[in-house]
Design a protein around this ligand. Structure first.
Ligand code: TYD
Length: 340
């Protein structure tokens, strides 16, 4: 297989390539990444030494991606390339270019070059929020933030391509993911690095929102199962049965970093009406392909914090970046004040 993985300088994409190199060593892996703020060369050093070839390009650049497909006889694409942080989307950044238009380019190229399969990595957030019960793949999508709307738009492009041209596409909808190499803006890595530095962490509202957390290695394995065995035109939920209120996750992080509640600052919820109260997915469809999540949350979270402790150079370089500091200042400046 000649596999093109887009967005592999980012968190989940890099773990997917790591997994493929371990369990499918005969596959040729090509990486495309735009290296915007959350995609970094430091995240894929081991992938390149293990033989993956890297191309610096945006997925929206049709000519560049067409060239890479042609020159390397690409047969499959897995698309991780995306803007993914809700708070940045709420601050006004536009995500449609990568998350919808970029997907359309990949779908067109999949059709044009008669590739065997495009796997579009999406999110459970396209469903919106659910007070009780679970999201099934048949649940109507109803995104609540500009970020999740952009991912839903990408999915609609995939659906229409399948309906109109039978372009061979499979979609996965992943839950909240955690693990090593996650850019320090999402809840778990953001709080981990701040707690390790002895800084206060901003908990939105009363922290009662529920997220269903899945370890990144389990998420990557779910995507591989869908790539190899998923039915074309279908979507697959990739989640663990692991629902936690944010305040509970924060307690686990405090324990793992050796800090206490004095460092937790409850702030007025910056997401307001766009803050989804709960995500919960039914994963029977993906499990029927032979996949199951394996990493228990307590162990996975402790090991993740240990990884951040052992790899301070990876994240301190990112924290020193001016654009990171600008975002943190703009988004948390008022609420954290002197604790910033
Ligand atoms: P996040 O990791 O941004 O993922 P998502 O928005 O995709 O679920 O947020 C997870 C939860 O943690 C969400 O309910 C918002 C909350 N949160 C905080 O309380 N404080 C923070 O600083 C961040 C980034 C998130």
């Amino acid at each position: 297989m000649n596999l093109l993985v887009t967005g592999a300088a980012g968190f989940i994409g890099s773990h997917f390539v790591r997994l493929v190199q371990r369990v499918r060593p005969t596959w040729n892996v090509f990486i495309v990444d735009a290296l915007t703020y959350s995609g970094n060369e430091s995240t894929m050093v081991d992938l390149l030494s293990a033989g993956a070839r890297f191309f610096h390009a945006r997925i929206e650049d049709r000519a560049a991606i067409a060239n890479i497909i042609e020159e390397n006889a690409v047969t499959h694409i897995v698309n991780f390339a995306a803007e993914s942080h809700n708070d940045r989307s709420l601050q006004g950044s536009s995500f449609l270019t990568s998350n919808a238009f970029g997907v359309e380019v990949l779908a067109h190229l999949t059709k044009e070059y008669k590739l065997e399969r495009l796997l579009q990595v999406s999110t459970d957030e396209v469903y919106g929020s659910i007070a009780e019960g679970q999201f099934y793949e048949t649940t109507p999508i109803a995104p609540n933030t500009p970020y999740s709307a952009s991912k839903a738009a990408g999915e609609m492009v995939c659906r229409a391509h399948w309906k109109a041209f039978q372009t061979p596409i499979v979609v996965t909808r992943g839950g909240n993911t955690y693990g090593p190499y996650q850019y320090p803006e999402k809840l778990i890595p953001f709080f981990t690095v701040r707690l390790l530095l002895g800084k206060k962490v901003p908990l939105y509202g009363d922290g009662s929102q529920i997220r269903e957390w899945i370890h990144v290695e389990d998420h990557a394995a779910g995507i591989l199962a869908a790539l190899e065995h998923g039915i074309l035109g279908e979507a697959y939920n990739v989640g663990d049965d692991n629902e936690r209120e944010n305040r509970e996750t924060v307690q686990l992080l405090l324990a793992a970093t050796g800090q206490d509640n004095a460092l937790v600052k409850s702030i007025e919820d910056p997401r307001k009406g766009a803050h989804d109260a709960r995500y919960s997915m039914n994963t029977a469809k993906l499990r029927s392909l032979g996949w199951e999540p394996k990493v228990p949350f307590d162990r996975g979270l402790t090991e993740t914090v240990e990884w951040y402790k052992a790899n301070t150079s990876w994240w301190s370089e990112l924290l020193n970046n001016a654009s990171y500091q600008d975002f943190i200042r703009q988004f948390y400046g008022k609420s954290l004040g002197a604790d910033l």
